[in-house]
Design a protein around this ligand. Sequence first.
Ligand code: C2E
Ligand code: CA
Ligand code: CA
Length: 642
Amino acid sequence: MTIVVIVAGLVAFFDLGLRFADFIAGGDITATTAIWLSVCFLLSFTALSITVRWVLLNWGRLTRSVEARVDARYKALIEESKDYFFIVQQGEVIYASPSAASAYGPGNRDLSDVLAKLRPQDRALLEAAVHDPARATSAFDVHFEDEDDDTKVIHQLTVNDQTANPSVEGVIVTGRDVTPSRQLEKQLADMALKDELTKLPNRWALNNWMAEALARSERTNSVTALLLIDLDGFKGVNDTLGHPFGDRLLRSVAGRLAGVCRRNEGLARLGGDEFAIVVENLEDDQQALKLAHRVIEDIRAPITIDGHIVAISATVGIAKSTESSSADELFQHADIALYDAKARGRSEVAVFRTEMATLVESQTRLVQEIDTGLRDGDFHLVFQPLVDLIDRQTVAFESLLRWNSPSMGEISPMTFIPVAERTGAILPLGRWVFEESCRLLASWTEADNGRPLKMSINVSVLQLDDPDFLGEVMRIMERTGVNPNQIQIEVTESVLADDPQLIAGRLQTLRTLGIKVAIDDFGTGYSSMAQLRLFPVDVIKIDQGFVSGLDPDDPQGPSLLKALIDMARAMDAEVVAEGVETDEQRELLARLGVDVGQGYLFSQPLAPGDVPLYLAAGRLLTRSNVHSWSSVLEEWANEGES
Ligand code: C2E
Ligand code: CA
Ligand code: CA
């Protein structure tokens, strides 16, 4: 049968070759060619069948070699990878990639050998993860225990449960060395918590610290205190000697503060010229106070920088955890105490008391009321004459602010001006005072036949600090038609405290315009003669405290007054005495060479409507009874009523 098939096949091939050759040659073909073609066909067919058979027979082997190549690639991937792997089966390490061996040492066949390399707290972490991979955190850090130093190596591990996978039947642990990136993260975090200039912890670090300290003191029933330290007059130093100098001063203050602090006292710089100290486990009430005084003493000692000797002082506010429930509140309380200390002057310390917080609250309310009061026209001015002690002519009026609040009644300027100064509300208020004073002055000048009356206006340091102040003053004078030489501004000695250079410059500009500058409440401030010499002033107003207690028979009284008058004279300034209430005082002052007086003897502050009347009466009154103007006005009023 086979032979029949083979013979039939050969005949068929021969026929096929013959027909094809015949087709190519167009019927013209020899028998030899036909036989040769048939043999060629037969040979190619045999070759094809042999190839097909070989491929069919070797298929399995071929695919296996491809698989082996892929396997080799996987192996290389695992072995050369930065990540390492090991497979754990029931506490036994059945496979560890070479990099795992280099991390944990060769030949670690037991999980306990791997665990031994880690910090105790991390051993438990990995053990638990391998034991219960379903509950393990997706990725966690482990620290290597290093006997040599504390540059800890950190690895991040991932646990993958493959117990159900027949080719693994265990837990795959993948690891990676993350030491450099963790170090960088730590560095960045440290930077965020450190003050660049002084290298001290910064405000954020302090916040964390306070929160932790408060938690600890609650647990242990102990007291934590916070000291806020503010340098006095630092802005002045910074502006006059330059910022690089200011920076060096801050660094040296930081060094001194670090020297003052003990182990349980943490120091931080909050920014600018503010520092803070957290004291944990306060032994007694005196400890924080003593520390504050030590801080003040240490900072006060003169510092030499670049051949400059500077003396700087500090003011401290203290708050304790006994009154504060959170870090924020502790901070707020210390800030309120600092505020209170600052109000009392330099090198002061204040400990927070609950009354202070109520005070701040009422001040906040007052600020809001000032705002609405200004809008609703609840403020008005009164004017007190300044009288020449020799010829008893009124030379000027001082404008004094009054506030009749619909909700709180009459409020003294002694109450609201300090609040307005602290909060900045003095800026719009002062602007209004200036405008209203000039407006009224212009109207009186006109009514007084153009006699050049003068107006003395109280100006706060905040106004002088304000870069818009000068422009505003000029615009107001232009609008109201008042001449600059009709205006005198009264500033207290405290304006000299903060930024002497800037303020001196501003005052000089005002004087160049023709406006006079008076120092108010002279003798009550702390400015030294040397400091005052820096300041260009025209008038010195001796505080009423030196006048009211004046006893003509007391040799001490007049000598102090005389010293102040001499100082004023040395500065080439006109002298005004405040609070003149009796004729004896007036006489004595005139004898001591005081030029001008102000006080109830001459007149109470007058409502604006009374000023033209006062001026008219002043011209009618004789020299001998000019000082009884108050009684004249009273009679006048009584007559009007009856
Ligand atoms: P000051 O500038 O020293 O004003 C003098 C104060 O002494 C005024 O009190 C005045 O009424 C009072 N006084 C006048 N003569 C006598 C007297 O013979 N005996 C006594 N015992 N007192 C007399 P006032 O009006 O209550 O003002 C208090 C303070 O408020 C002022 O002191 C001033 O520092 C501030 N102030 C008033 N108005 C303004 C203002 O418009 N702006 C600013 N920044 N402060 C103002
Ligand atoms: Ca004044
Ligand atoms: Ca005064």
